[in-house]
Design a protein around this ligand. Structure first.
Ligand code: SF4
Length: 352
């Protein structure tokens, strides 16, 4: 897949943009000044695969907490600030690796210049952007709540910082509407070379949020658009990270995983392949290896349809066959099938 090559920025040692691997982000749901809870949530996020984490900074206590949090974690820390240039400066001085601000709401030119100078002297990037809720009035009036209004708003924010010499800028244009999100990022991508943070905002609770994000990110990432992603879910943020990983895997941007394929089953299936597929999926989730495994419902079609798999199983009424690359090498009674298949699976994954 051809990626759009954007400018490169470095967030706490992690490169975003420039055709580098798409980075997974999430955001803490804890109060940042509750240092212990925030650190423990970041540990869980990082263990799940989060590569950049954002926290909200509402007051001086939150800003001051950043230093201790940063000392305790190994992934870049982004501070999200609204309405206060003073807090933006304080967050940067306390070690934020990037800040997310809206120059339109942190005061006048004087305040923006103070923040811009602080960003430059600490050599960190800034993320600016527009959501459907934060489109600048002039663009909302001119273009309505459209992709053009989102993009013009976001680019105006970027230009405000560029005017004061800030060049390391990440941009986002999020909407909760999937087609609007896709149109906005496509237009933004054509209009600038900034690295893009991509996501659907206010996507809802888990099942629908994951579908909305998959639809939007799927379209954009396969177009080569997007340098960092966030799957926004009203739930434990660890679930956002798992969803983001799965989306990157589904679109082929992360090949280092165990790809479990399984058929939906039909009237030809005479054994419980659904249960085994679930067990294999759960077991293999933690392995980072480019291996393809098949759990197929019937011996008639299974081995042939899963010819490209490193290992597979297909069942009949009282036996299963185990195969490699479509070649059957074992026929086992149903009672032992799971045990025998897992033996082979562990061998392939070097997990014995
Ligand atoms: S592999 Fe067999 S059981 Fe599965 S869907 Fe195809 S025909 Fe049906």
């Amino acid at each position: 897949m051809e990626r759009k090559i954007t400018e490169k920025v470095i967030i706490g040692g992690v490169i975003v943009g420039g055709g580098e691997k798409v980075k997974i982000q999430s955001m803490c749901t804890t109060r940042t000044s509750d240092i212990e809870s925030t650190i423990s949530q970041i540990y869980r996020l990082a263990a799940a695969g989060c590569e950049i984490v954002r926290v909200s900074v509402l007051d001086e206590a939150d800003a001051a907490a950043l230093r201790k949090i940063k000392d305790a974690i190994d992934i870049p820390l982004v501070a999200d600030i609204h309405f206060s240039s003073r807090l933006a400066v304080s967050a940067i001085e306390n070690g934020a690796d990037k800040i997310r601000v809206n120059p339109g709401n942190i005061g006048g030119e004087k305040q923006i210049k103070i923040v811009a100078d602080c960003i430059k002297s600490h050599k960190i990037p800034v993320r600016v952007g527009a959501n459907t809720g934060s489109i600048e009035k002039e663009f909302a009036e001119k273009y309505g709540r459209s992709e053009r209004a989102l993009v013009e708003s976001a680019l105006k924010s970027a230009a405000v910082f560029e005017k004061y010499g800030v060049n390391d800028i990440v941009v986002s244009v999020k909407a909760s509407d999937v087609p609007l999100t896709i149109r906005a990022y496509r237009l933004l991508s054509e209009s600038c070379a900034y690295p893009l943070h991509v996501g659907v905002t206010e996507a809802g609770t888990e099942s629908m949020a994951v579908i909305k994000s998959s639809a939007a990110l799927g379209a954009l990432l396969t177009d080569g658009i997007g340098d960092t992603v966030r799957v926004s879910i009203t739930a434990d943020p660890v679930n956002e990270v798992y969803a983001a990983r799965r989306i990157l895997r589904a679109v082929g941007l992360d090949k280092n995983f165990v790809n479990v394929i399984s058929c939906p089953t039909c009237g030809r299936c005479a054994w419980n392949s659904m249960e085994l597929a679930e067990k294999v999926q759960n077991y293999t989730e933690r392995f980072e290896k480019p291996v393809k495994i098949a759990v197929m419902g019937c011996v008639v079609n299974g081995p042939g349809e899963a010819k490209d798999c490193d290992l597979g199983i297909a069942g009949a009424e009282d036996y299963c066959v185990i195969f490699r690359r479509g070649e059957i090498f074992a026929k086992v009674p149903s009672a032992n099938a799971e045990e025998e298949f897992f033996k082979e699976l562990k061998r392939i994954l070097n997990a014995e």
